[in-house]
Write a protein that binds this ligand. Structure first.
Ligand SMILES: [Zn+2]
Length: 297
């Protein structure tokens, strides 16, 4: 599932490509015909992203809600577009660009009440300027579940998925099994700052890069070698850009990375950098100075 940085990136890209021009909106696959009819010929001025949700603000107070889920994706092409192939739920044709949406779990108009209900189920989003950090800290204080499960709960913090979970806990030296309420307010704020910084880097870099170089900028994934296949490429990128996620050995100390299941997904941790019961800081800190988080929106 795309994590929050992908959603905020899409919001920026779609505003750049499609905003403030009347759009031809259709549902080639036929499952969003009513929605498409209501939006056809209208323009949107802005898009609000909350965690993994996108809200397109169309004229006449119409709001299109999109949630990609596991399989949803957008594809972009120049206008005029090719004939739609496959299951295209929604097509938006602008003057220069056409965007197709397929496989999403939500693609409907929502009214203000439904939107309020949706947002009430979401925790603060570290990429939003209006994020209420205190809500995150308070939510952790109340939870006995492991911190690694708590930050995957979109009611606690919106936009964190499996990669950011592994990486944000790692750089702060936090044991994923530590009960959330034992983290403490101060460490919770540091973790929040790390997540905000990692997400913001993700929006800028268009990928998750949690390792920073001496210049404090996200490192590059390096160049492909000749004849590099997709698997080798994924290994190279991971080796360069993340600390523990899907790695065999920890980037910081080279200890074998331990895998287990938590909140239905594999959690990756280094038992040396994240000792049992640890709330951090990491014995090999690299990105733990997350308090100086750069926020984007
Ligand atoms: Zn380590």
């Amino acid at each position: 599932m795309p994590e929050g940085h992908t959603i905020h990136r899409l919001a920026r890209d779609h505003v750049r490509d499609l905003a403030r021009e009347p759009l031809q909106v259709s549902s080639p696959q036929g499952r969003a015909v009513e929605t498409a009819r209501a939006l056809d010929g209208r323009s949107f001025a802005k898009i609000d992203a909350y965690g993994k949700h996108l809200l397109y603000r169309f004229e006449d107070d119409l709001t299109l809600h999109v949630h990609l889920g596991l399989f949803g994706r957008f594809r972009r092409q120049h206008t005029p577009p090719e004939e739609p192939k496959g299951e295209k739920r929604l097509r938006m044709i602008g003057e220069r660009w056409t965007v197709d949406l397929s496989g999403a779990v939500a693609c409907t108009l929502i009214d203000p009440e439904e939107e309020a209900a949706l947002l009430s189920r979401l925790g603060p989003d570290p990429l939003r300027r209006d994020a209420d950090t205190e809500r995150f800290v308070a939510a952790l204080r109340k939870r006995r579940i492991p911190i690694g499960a708590a930050i995957m709960d979109q009611k606690v913090v919106a936009g964190i998925g499996n990669v950011f979970r592994a990486e944000a806990l790692h750089v702060n030296g936090i044991d994923p099994r530590l009960p959330a309420r034992e983290l403490g307010d101060e460490r919770a704020m540091v973790l929040w700052g790390t997540m905000a910084k990692m997400l913001a880097d993700g929006v800028r870099e268009r990928r998750i890069v949690t390792i920073r170089g001496a210049d404090d900028k996200p490192v590059s994934a390096g160049r492909a070698t000749k004849g590099e296949g997709p698997r080798a490429r994924a290994d190279r990128v991971r080796h360069r850009t993340v600390h523990v996620y899907r790695r065999e050995h920890c980037h910081d100390c080279d200890a074998p990375v331990v895998r287990s299941t938590m909140a239905s997904r594999t959690v990756y941790e280094c038992p040396v950098c994240q000792p049992e019961g640890s709330a951090g800081p990491s014995p090999t800190p690299s990105l733990a100075e997350g308090e100086a988080a750069g926020r984007l929106f």
